[in-house]
Design a protein around this ligand. Sequence first.
Ligand code: GLU
Length: 497
Amino acid sequence: MSQERPVRVRIAPSPTGDPHVGTAYIALFNYAFAKKHDGKFILRIEDTDRTRSRPEWETMLIEALTWLGLHWDEGPDVGGPHGPYRQSERGPIYREHCDMLIERGHAYRCFCTAERLETVRQRQRAASETLGYDGHCRTLGVDEVRARLAAGEAHVVRLKVPKDGTTVVRDRLRGDVSFENTQVDDQVLLKSDGMPTYHLANVVDDHLMGISHVMRAEEWITSTPKHVLLYQGFGWQPPEFIHMPLLRNQDKSKISKRKNPVSLNFYRQAGFLPEAMLNYLGMMGWTMPDAREKFSVDEMIADFTFDRISLGGPVFDVQKLTWLNGLYLRELEPKDLVARLREQVLSDEALLRVAPLVRERIEKLEDWVDYTAFFFSGEVAYDAEAREAMVPKKRDAMETAGVLTSVLEVVDGVPAIDPMPFEEMLRGLADRLGWKAKEVFMALRIAVTGRKATPPLFETMAVLGKERCRRRLRQAIALLHTMGPAAGDASPPTSHG
Ligand code: GLU
């Protein structure tokens, strides 16, 4: 049935953090499928979580996907016939649809207070019952609802999940997956501030945007029964669902930034080529008919079928990606290699950012090469002197590692390092940790540059960029852990290198 529909697929990222390799992976498969079937590939921004979404993250995501060459046919930046493509701009659509669902008897208004919900939760916990809404407001009469609305009582709208039976999710890769309705919560669809939750917005938009196939990460499969019930409630034909295997760390846990760099910007800055990145992502859970490992997106499109997707959790292995990237690099003609350097590593833009910081500090042009190396390299070397100076007097290596870990969390939380506010954040952090700002700054300076003397720290970090800073902070933290608690007071290991 849904095969007859024109193919329209989408990715629906939430702009709440750095552009993620997982998003690129799902984007690639959607893109390949769309191209294979002369369909459309759509970018929709799911930014209904107003506290976590930021326009900067959206911009970074668009830049990263553009760098990879995964162009979309419709989206917030290019427009299209089904806009707006940003959920925060579609509020009235969701509210109308919620009303529709209430009228059809598949949703209801719930006036329960946070305190009442907490009491219910505690009772359920004590009785070892499944946690979830107890249905208190399911049966409120029309008049009571009207009166409470008129009185301006805060409320949410909930999905009226049938009390018995099962809901079947038909997944292209897994077959039919059944969920007992008693295990499906009366999900909030519209929050008390009038904003939709993911479930409502996602289903309404997929329908209104004519999405034929929903290809997304398998972590969403447990949400899908709610979506199926929503489609039924609206009387709409659901799209075909394809839940892709999650990318995993080496230890098979879900890919995470603690174990792998997950930001696309890391890979871009480190000089991975977009075609190598796409090739590698294409190898995740999918194989070419002849099982070869090196292939282009066009080749993947030509041979694309769902049958070749395997469900075993694909391991995202940076070493393997690096090896593949090396194959691509070696194939470049020298002039093309230079062109790539000029695009990704030694662009005018990058050089121009470094120039003002080093102009005062070099005397001949050739000094540039030595002096600026740490702006362009990946990791840095910490010599004996640097190691010693990284740990402030009267502190030890483990404490310093702890402080740098807190700094890393600050770096993680911002879209980009903006020197002034960033410095303020770190001064606040130093205060909270009972460290002198200058102790934190010296440890940080050495961690991110490998040197004791550099241009002004925060401007330097801004130019290094978040990804390099993050990578080196991790490197320094790991080093400090190997130095053990005694370092700092005792003399550091001397290097003869
Ligand atoms: N907003 C969800 C995400 O961040 C979309 C999931 C889906 O594709 O339905 O991944």
